[in-house]
Design a binder for this molecule. Structure first.
Ligand SMILES: Cc1cc2nc3c(=O)[nH]c(=O)nc-3n(C[C@H](O)[C@H](O)[C@H](O)COP(=O)(O)O)c2cc1C
Length: 386
């Protein structure tokens, strides 16, 4: 049993010695702090959504439509939020979601995230668009729990090579992102003509990959531009089809999770295809402008497939209450996105740790004060339509 809420006491006690938290404990306020401190290109890349930003907004609004109904005198003083998803144990049903190009906000990028995650018993999902190699991140993550997110390259040899590296480096679950086979119309990035990949950021994994390098006329060190232009259409570029999923099963010895599911029929199809899980996600509103809020589709999807697959959730998680709502509506765990990236930019490894500890403490206290001791107690009876 871990006292996640204890971070609160730690902060107050440190305050007696005049020490304040390194930055705000309020994840909904992090964006404003980051806006002040980040360079405009990286800030826009992290904060921005597709088109008008309507889906970013819809993701948050969806949480507001649900309210927690607290219960009293339930003996919730001692709590245990730990859980296991697809063989991965975690202190609470919270993981660090796959976020690429983390070095745009801090030089240590994914290495800092990996260290912070391991120190807290929180699993991380490493993006294919990482600014550090699979092996470097694994080393920083040590005996932490780690999953690998695949942007599925059009080149089968490169795909197989990346998968085998991830497996060898101790990544236990494969997360295949389906919703980003081409980049959406992202107006923030377009207005600043800012795309990290084209600047060679977020290419550490292909550039260190023997199969990718074998397809180049010159090494990425000698001709980075040619290597970048070879990679970009390979790793986005082509929509995949359901009948291609067996290829991944053949080359990945472990659970496979499809990320980016928003329609109940797609969730069923993932189950029919023998997938082990899905992430109900709209990529934080970064892909389809005007799309439905991710939490709005979670209940019907969880009801349809929750008994045969691990249903995970992301897009809009900011507070402990958000996590409670997602779990109560059928998610087994949630993935954190932008908040920890702001933390990384504001304070490196310590910044990520602060954001994650704040969320876990908030979650722990919210679960307890709502009258619950474990996450298995959280079902739709905990909520009312707001
Ligand atoms: C800067 C940034 C980069 C991202 N990169 C990836 C990525 O490489 N792979 C991926 O599957 N999802 C990526 N995502 C999406 C996240 O995994 C997650 O779905 C999203 O951040 C959730 O929304 P939220 O941040 O509003 O909570 C990225 C998100 C952001 C903000």
């Amino acid at each position: 049993m871990t006292n996640l809420g204890g971070y609160q006491n730690e902060i107050y006690l440190q305050g007696l010695g005049g020490q304040l938290p390194i930055f705000t404990t309020d994840a909904t306020a992090l964006e404003a702090v980051a806006r002040e401190r980040f360079e405009s290109g990286p800030f826009g890349y992290v904060e921005g959504g597709a088109g008008s930003g309507a889906t970013v907004l819809a993701n948050r609004e969806a949480f507001d439509r649900w309210r927690i109904v607290p219960r009293m005198l339930t003996d919730a003083t001692q709590r245990d939020l730990s859980t296991t998803v697809l063989g991965t144990s975690m202190v609470a049903p919270v993981m660090l979601g796959p976020v690429g190009v983390q070095s745009i906000v801090h030089a240590d990028g994914e290495l800092a995230t990996a260290r912070a995650a391991a120190s807290l018993g929180v699993p991380m999902v490493l993006s294919t668009a990482s600014s550090h190699t699979i092996e470097e991140v694994a080393e920083s993550n040590g005996d932490g729990q780690r999953w690998f997110q695949l942007y599925w390259p059009n080149d089968n040899e490169v795909t197989v090579s990346i998968l085998s590296r991830a497996k060898a480096a101790g990544f236990s679950v494969l997360v295949v992102t389906l919703d980003t086979w081409t980049l959406a119309w992202r107006t923030r990035d377009l207005d600043g003509a800012y795309l990290p990949f084209i600047r060679g950021i977020g290419t550490a994994i292909p550039f260190s990959d023997p199969a990718f390098r074998a397809g180049l006329a010159a090494t990425p060190e000698d001709d980075p531009t040619a290597a970048i232009l070879h990679w970009i259409p390979m790793f986005t570029g082509t929509d995949k089809r359901w009948d291609q999923l067996p290829f991944l099963r053949e080359h990945w010895d472990g659970p496979i999770v499809l990320k980016g599911i928003q329609h109940v029929d797609d969730a069923r199809r993932a189950g029919d295809a023998g997938m082990d899980g899905i992430v109900v996600s709209n990529h934080g509103g970064r892909q389809v402008d005007g799309a439905v809020g991710s939490l709005d589709v979670l209940p019907e999807i969880a009801a349809a497939v929750g008994d045969r697959m691990a249903v995970l959730f992301d897009s809009g998680i900011r507070t402990g209450a958000d996590v409670v709502k997602a779990l109560a509506l059928g998610a087994r765990a949630v993935l954190l996105g932008r908040p920890y990236v702001y933390g990384l930019g504001l304070g490196g490894e310590d910044g990520v740790r602060h954001v994650v500890r704040s969320l876990l403490a908030d979650l722990d206290l919210t679960v307890g004060l709502s009258g619950h001791r474990t996450v298995t107690e959280l079902d739709s009876g905990v909520l009312r339509r707001g």
